[in-house]
Unconditional design. Sequence first.
Length: 744
Amino acid sequence: MTRFLAPPNPKRWAFALTAIAAAVAALPAHAQAPAAKRAPRVEDKNAVTTVRAEDIAGRPERELRLQRDVEVVRDKLRVTADGAAFQQVEQELEAKGNVRMWRFGDYYTADEVKLNMETGRGYMLQPTYQLEMNNAQGKAQRINFLSEDEAQVVDGTYSTCPGPNPDWYLKARSLNLDQGRDVGTAGATIVYFKDVPFLGTPALSFSLSGARRSGWLPPTPAYSTKSGPELLVPYYFNIAPNRDLTLYPRYISRRGLQMGAVGRYIGETDAGNYYEGRTFVEYLPNDKAAKRDRWQLHSVHTQALAKDWTYGWNLRAASDDNYPNDFSKTVSSSSERQLLKELRTDYRGEYWAMTVRAQKYHVLQDPDSVRDQDLFVTRPYDRLPAINLHAARYDVGGFDWQFDSELTRFWHPDLPKGNRLVAVPQVSYPIIGPSYFVTPKLMLNASAYQLDAHGKDAARSLDRAVPTFSLDSGLVFERDAKLGGRTLTQTLEPRLFYVYTPYREQDQFPNFDTAVSTFNFAQIFRENRFVGSDRIGDANQVTAAVVSRFLESSGAERLRLAFGQRFYFSDQRVQIDKSTPVNSSRSDMLLAATGRISESWGVDSAVQYNPSTSKVTTSNMTLQYTPGAYKVINAGYRYVRDSFKNADLSTQWPISAKWYGVGRVSYSLRDHKVLESVVGVEYNCDCWVFRTGAQRFVTTANKTSTQFFFQLELNGLSKFGIGNPLEVLKNSIPGYRRVNEGIR
């Protein structure tokens, strides 16, 4: 079975020759599924022809002359007119005066029609037409029906905008509409908007339903303060239903000509094993600004070799440290500094799974890190390779058991290298009742290291075995409650989690991949306070938490409130380095509230509070207000003590019946600077949408980039303008919706 790739530009025009007008076009941000190929339209050859009129004359076996309120019906064809002549033997109809014709759901009007009802061939004079497939309509001097599926529009127009005077339309000397093959082709064509011509092409072809077709995609100009004006002209290859390729030159005025390619594929082998992948590469020879060649690569692939055996890769690389901030179009891509190269294979059995992987990192330093060491990006250890084994069985005589093991070769150009073997067996005995649970668990963390010689340190071997006992328990209470005027079920779920891990001296062990875990509700119910296997934290502690949930009758969670804190019965002596042990008797408090408190209001918040200092350590709060369609306001606040304090506000909101405002500002309250800002407006006029605005975002610690965009989207045709505002707005404004959503 073959699956289908989504087209990169639905309802796009595949230009046979490059557009000769100065108009510009932008590709859409979101791909849509291709339409299924339409079956050929065939009439029933044995269907009976029914003729009606107020005045019928002639010979029934040869020719009928029809006058006044004429109607001729055969299968999926119906014609009405003032007068008509019907040739019985030839099955040929000729009608004049107020001609109306319904044919396979399509609707036509004309002064005159001549049609062979068996072959589907014929013509109409001074016609108008409306197509059922895509709600397209137009008018012409003549339409030639070449078959039941194919028609030629002579000196006519085409538009998917309704009404006798559409806001936009294209006009061509000859336009072929083949609904069986789902393709339209035309010669010299001009696209009009508000009766003003703004795009001309010597020839074009396009899909009537929006399915993918090979050809030139609309050129996409752009402008940024870093690179100046740009122009992207992509060519799309529809290789097969499950694979495609897009090649593009991009001219960057301040840098030169960049070439790029994006290939995608998805499907199954003859043996029924799935595969999918995507490769993106771009290359800029002799960058005029940097005086060197520039390039970027990103390739991902996943494939099943057998029922439970897969392999894949994830390869990322760039030519230099400045590539993300010079060429990125989003905040997230400009901040990517650790590029992973990974090759892996996974095998899964009934009760176990194994992963073998090799990982290497390509680190891009922030150019400002030379002046500010806080911006320096630490290079992670490479894993060459890492072998992970996980096995588990549940409810074996009431016991759950699990075994995790990892064998890794760690390599780094500057730090100590070595091998590490980790084995973690554990067994638990869950005791579960209707309103309670108690789960005692025993686990052992055993590690063995073989370290290479490094500097003055000789090669050496180390080993460690640390046992852990934990006891997890909780209760569940329920009651009827109301929230926002709705009757719900409220739960009260207190929970206690005790952990004991004896102290083991670990300063002599290297740190290959371990860090202190982020303190949150997921971490406080884990046995080890570290992420990674190089440190096993000593513990004699209990975590107390209480959660209250508001549940609808369907079981969906409406709102969750949570509170938690950890209490220590002994000092935390094991640290990442030889720092002073932590001797606090209790941890920070955690408080959280998440959910939809009403149909319009949603909240997601988490606060970490230190009761000893009476200060907030971290906080993350987001409030969303969505009172109706295309109405959303998001307000957010993120804070980490001694790190950052950011405020965020974004919105999409109607200004009037057809105007919509969009915007976002992300501001650093600590550094007193804007991190990202977006401002724009949209105008929705039913069959077309106009968008305009600008985006500014931080690319490095001390540099920013500003991009401008405007776009005219003609529903059912294409998007013309500068930049890609749909992608910008979707990524910047949570809850943003296209004002013409549903249009492919």
